[in-house]
Design a protein around this ligand. Sequence first.
Ligand SMILES: [Fe+2]
Length: 462
Amino acid sequence: MEELVKVISAEFSNNALTYDNLGRFVRSAKNKIPNYHDDLPDIKSKDKYSRRILCMEPLECVLLRWPPEVESAVHFHDGFWGYVWVLDGICENVEYKIKDGKMFITSQLYARKGGVIDEPDGTIHLIRNPSKDKELITCHFYYPALETLDGLKVYDLESGKIGTLNDKAATASFLEPDDHFRDLEEGAFVYQTMLEAMPTQTHRMCPVLPKPSSEEIKSMIGAYYAEQASQYDLFDLSHHSRKQYVQKINQLIAEKVKGLEQIDKALAIACGTGRRAAKIRELSERAYDITCVDISEEMCCQATERNVRSIAGDWLRVNVGDDIFDVTTFLYAFGHIPFEEERIAALKKIHKHMSDGGLLFIDVFNQEDQNEWGPKAVRRFESDHLEGFGYDKGDLFYRKADGHALSFLHYFTREEMVSLLEKTGFEVIDVYNIGYVKRSGEVLDGKDERGSLFFVARKVRQ
Ligand SMILES: [Fe+2]
């Protein structure tokens, strides 16, 4: 770490020490993890993090070691700012806001090895090691350097207590003894859970830095859907806007299928429990075989009860033999594919297994739908410097407000999807904007009002 301290001194003897400059410096260092092992502080208690100050000039640089499940108290950056650079393990950052005596979460993210967390002046947040068995090692950069924690405000969410630490405190935590506080104010605020503060927001964004590998993202998505497989159809049906949206797309597909000259076989990728595939067949009044593919074995088990053939696995990996399909649906799931090269591979594989002139139906969330997360995902892409952490514009991670597992979605532009379809041998016949959150299930004009994007494409011979 000595080398790192020298680099910091050299960097900021030439460049002004501003919040932005420090951010650029830390983010550019992100994967050049120094050898920190000899500098690690000893763990004094399994309930507290330990720290070792590496330097105090020209800024404070401190190495922290977090036992499993240890967290800082919620604390207030009043007049100091900095960054947390994750050297090993997983670091969860939760930001809060106090308004009218109520405290609630405003944002959350996970940073892994090489990830960087921003701590601007004015932030109220906590840092946590969410792992049950692994340590977290972080390197923190602060300006101005804090000689002691004297004056730092910490918040106890359970009791609504605000404590102001004095110069005896070693950690930003309520585990410090009472004489390490300058002041303790009981019942200063009431903490509201995410669902209490924003009951209509059933899902929350939660970036993961750097963007995990494809395999990691797929296993996260698998766990996310496994967490809710038993209630999935129920959620789909009880969620009013989603129900209208799904019904409209089912109906549009069924009309097109009804008008086809010939249909023997249909492929439903990411079919969930097969409910929609079976419904579309019923609405189309045509008889044909359905092959369902879904990553979740549990969903596939439920699908087989609906008179369809089902295969459990990732579309890119499953073997569907020599089957050729006249219709393919890829509904409500294409955006779960983590990277563009895999989206292209998925479309090429679909192309290979379709009859000439066969129809592909595919819907995605629209990056430009103001009623959905797309524009916010684009803003965070810029503000959180996500490109440097392997993100594409439109990528986001999220979780259910009352769940733990994370999922991934990519929000598309219309042009991006048209380009993907054309480069993989499809001709786009129709593009619909279908209202999702607002005017659910209505076909919108796509200019003044935008909804999710639904594409009808035809396989062209290549
Ligand atoms: Fe902090």
